[in-house]
Design a binder for this molecule. Structure first.
Ligand code: NAG
Ligand code: NAG
Length: 322
């Protein structure tokens, strides 16, 4: 749904088009990054609905977990929902801010399939935004693992354009968020709004801001008070997900404790290019220094099939059973 509205920001001379956005994340509805972004998108004139997990769901990827109870005997993260209170619902001060005790894909779905149909005349969603995450989400290993990216590829699978945003700042709640222009949450919120508005502007009258089955993975560098080089207004490079800097994980055993930890694993598989533009830099290489003021934007598709040549190669390998 699109409504023409006058720009709220002074200095803009053209009409901006207001779009309907579902905003989710994996860090929880009380995270400073999602709250700053909600505010910035609203101030830009968009019709924003937050439909985010009640609690931290980092690392849950595309899992679709639903609540089994209506209340809990524990307070939620940051004490926002007290023990015994309903686990899903909206902020009493703002009926566009909803929380749901599920994973990022199910929280996004709560907005799409419950909140909008039942409370907002089933308004059409133009874009799903996830994040900005606390911590970058770079490369194919993290792609499937990240709840931020999980909500995004889920939404793209539903046919809705979606963008994952991830920053480098540390987990904090909106309760400590101020209007400080150097606060990384506020800078990220501004950059999200700029990117989203640029896409909407380019789309014009086209209701689809990104092609069917396509989403974006955006990573942002250290900014504001986190930046050693005074980065407050990062620029962006168009990137790909796999590439020479993309790593995966290995398990490292500690004989003293008998426990395990993660280790980096350099893999020819995550470095390979079999899809897309192989001349693009990989997103990990853009973000792997802490002293750059450049972010990455990678386009992905939810068509996980192999490209034609490889499909034929594999079909040939299967000739004994096909
Ligand atoms: C909401 O809209 C969608 C898409 O237009 C439609 O498929 C669905 O049936 C609608 N749901 C309700 C409850 O009206
Ligand atoms: C194994 O764990 C112990 C206890 O935490 C630690 O002191 C030691 O450095 C670890 N060893 C290795 C090889 O990481």
């Amino acid at each position: 749904m699109r409504i023409l509205s006058l720009p709220l920001v002074l200095g803009l001379t053209t009409l901006v088009s207001s779009r309907t956005i579902i905003l989710t994340n994996d860090d929880g509805w009380g995270a400073s990054n999602i709250r700053a972004t909600y505010k910035a998108l609203k101030e830009a004139g968009h019709n924003v609905f937050m439909s985010a997990p009640l609690n931290d769901q980092s690392g849950t990827g595309g899992t679709f977990i639903l609540p089994k109870t209506l209340t809990s005997d524990q307070d939620s993260d940051w004490g926002l929902v007290k023990a015994g209170q309903p686990l899903y619902g909206y902020d009493t001060d703002d009926n566009h801010i909803w929380h749901f005790p599920g994973t990022p894909p199910s929280a996004a779905c709560f907005g799409l399939d419950y909140v909008l149909p039942n409370f907002f005349s089933n308004i059409t969603v133009d874009l799903v935004i996830a994040g900005p995450n606390f911590g970058t989400n770079l490369g194919p290993f993290v792609f499937t693992l990240s709840g931020t990216v999980g909500a995004t590829y889920f939404a793209v699978g539903r046919g809705i354009p979606a963008i994952a945003f991830s920053g480098t700042n540390k987990r904090s709640s909106y309760l400590t968020l101020t209007d400080d222009e150097l606060n990384p949450s506020n800078i990220y919120a501004k950059k999200v709004t700029e990117i989203v508005n640029a896409l909407f502007e380019k789309a014009g009258d086209n209701p689809r801001v990104l092609p069917l089955s396509v989403g974006l993975n955006v990573n942002l560098p250290d900014v504001g008070t986190d930046s050693k080089i005074g980065c407050t207004n990062p620029s962006f490079k168009y990137t790909r997900i796999t590439g020479s800097s993309a790593i995966t994980d290995k398990l490292v055993y500690n004989a003293t404790t008998g426990l395990f930890k993660y280790g980096d694993y350099i893999s020819a598989a995550t470095q390979s290019c079999i899809n897309g533009d192989c001349t693009l830099p990989d997103e990990t290489s853009i973000l792997n220094t802490r002293d750059s003021c450049v972010g990455s934007i990678s386009a992905f598709s939810i068509d996980y099939d192999t490209p034609t040549e490889l499909t034929k190669t594999v079909e040939n390998l299967l000739s004994g059973v096909l």
